[in-house]
Write a protein that binds this ligand. Structure first.
Ligand code: NDP
Ligand code: MG
Length: 398
């Protein structure tokens, strides 16, 4: 039986992964579940899935989990600290690693899985945006296998020829007859809100996505469409696509998860109900197909599809991310770092919704042209951009 490590098991993607495993008993053994500090979810899931290891990054949560598991007679060994995440990712018995930690915190454990040559089911787009070429080169050099979980990238992957699927990061899209990747996005909850009212949007309104159920950070990113910007950069690296080969298309129904346009005029699309269990099941079983538990798509209840050009005045964060992608690696690393700080400050009600773009723009102006020749340089740049973002957040929250 293949053994699976789930990084970020207590989160939205982690929980959907466990749901898919429930639909496929006997196919996977859970080697490790990890979380930061969500005790109750980890206790419940360790008792159900009996992983060999459980990691809580937070030490006191780890101690508490160990004592509660012991009281239940569980054999699961509890580890703590961020280093233990990397140990799990690189564990010799791990076949696949679900990379579903949110934000830059996911970079080190995802990289550890890459360097150990694992099959990586990549949900943590921020890790790829932060490290771009270094990440993809490590995938190639260590013989790792990268399968995208982000629904758009998973859809694009499914619409690509098999030869490209085997080494997507170094493919020649034009050579394979592909003219464009069409990256779809719903436009989030404020697609039709008066632009003048956006400054007053509350965190509760921003996290209420109309079609997808997700963690808080990505939900805010979807509302600003920064998420689509991250996905644009993610597609650039995953599919070796030049910025002009990627087009963002707003598709409010979230039924077409993305498309690939070929030079003969064909457009291949992947469709389905908006539920992350589909891409997770696809990546877990690739190239086989397994049940995901997702309801089959009923075209009669969908009724109509519509498509809209994205409005950069409404979504300045999307424009910033696309500009950063043109500028290069330092720009995308700094922008991602600033955005994480800005979204956390917005969720804590320290800054307004439209201030997120202000913080992000400042990072791009300050750090966009910095040089970064190694992963260590990028990590230092990430820290500097966070510090600068925090200064601006302080000023904005006065
Ligand atoms: P959630 O916020 O729901 O979950 C995040 C997970 O990461 C939790 O398990 C959390 O643990 C853990 N975590 C948070 N901070 C740390 C840390 N510092 N160290 C270790 N673990 C940490 O996020 P989502 O599941 O929504 O998203 C996960 C990733 O997948 C993101 O990168 C997102 O962009 C991407 N993604 C998500 C989609 C979705 O539908 N949700 C769709 C496409 C991509 P704890 O619970 O203890 O805090
Ligand atoms: Mg997505």
């Amino acid at each position: 039986m293949r053994q699976l490590v789930i990084l970020g098991a207590s989160g939205s993607i982690g929980q959907s992964t466990l749901k898919v495993l429930r639909h496929n008993p006997g196919c996977w053994q859970v080697l490790a579940l990890t979380a930061w500090r969500s005790l109750d979810a980890m206790l419940r899931d360790c008792l159900e899935f009996s992983p060999r290891f459980a990691v809580m990054v937070d030490e006191s949560a780890a101690r508490e989990l160990a004592s509660r598991l012991k009281a239940h007679g569980s054999q699961t060994q509890v580890l703590s600290g961020a280093k233990a995440l990397c140990e799990m990712s690189a564990h010799p018995d791990a076949h696949s690693v679900m990379a579903a930690i949110v934000g830059a915190a996911g970079l080190a454990p995802t990289m550890a899985a890459v360097r150990a040559g694992k099959r990586i089911l990549l949900a943590n787009k921020e890790a790829l945006v932060m490290s771009g070429a270094f990440f993809m080169e490590a995938v190639r050099d260590h013989g790792a296998e990268l399968l995208p979980i982000d629904s758009e990238h998973n859809a694009i992957f499914q619409c690509l020829p098999e030869a490209i699927q085997r080494q997507p990061g170094f493919c020649d899209l034009a050579g394979a007859g592909i003219s464009k990747i069409l990256l779809t996005g719903s436009g989030g909850p404020f697609r039709y809100t008066d632009i003048n009212d956006l400054a007053k949007v509350t965190p509760a309104q921003a996290v209420a996505h109309p079609n997808w159920s997700m963690g808080a950070k990505i939900s805010v990113d979807s509302a600003t469409m920064f998420n689509k910007g991250l996905e644009y950069i993610e597609a650039r690296w995953l599919f070796n696509a030049a910025p002009e080969q990627i087009q963002v298309v707003v598709h409010p129904q979230s039924v077409i998860h993305s498309m690939v346009q070929y030079k003969d005029g064909s457009v291949l699309a992947q469709l389905g109900n908006p539920d992350m269990c589909t891409p997770i099941a696809h990546a877990l079983a690739y190239p086989a197909r397994i049940p995901s538990g997702v309801e089959p798509l009923d075209f009669f209840s969908v009724g109509e599809f519509s498509f809209i050009r994205p409005d950069v005045e409404r979504y300045p964060c999307l424009a910033l991310a696309m500009a950063a992608c043109q500028e290069g690696q330092s720009a995308t690393t700094a922008l991602n770092a600033a955005n994480e700080e800005a979204v956390a400050a917005f969720l804590a009600e320290r800054i307004g919704f439209m201030d997120i773009a202000r913080v992000n723009e400042s990072a791009l102006l300050t750090f966009g042209q910095h040089s970064a020749d190694s992963l260590d340089d990028l990590i230092a740049l990430d820290c500097a951009a966070r510090a600068r973002a925090q200064d601006l957040i302080k000023a904005l929250s006065r």
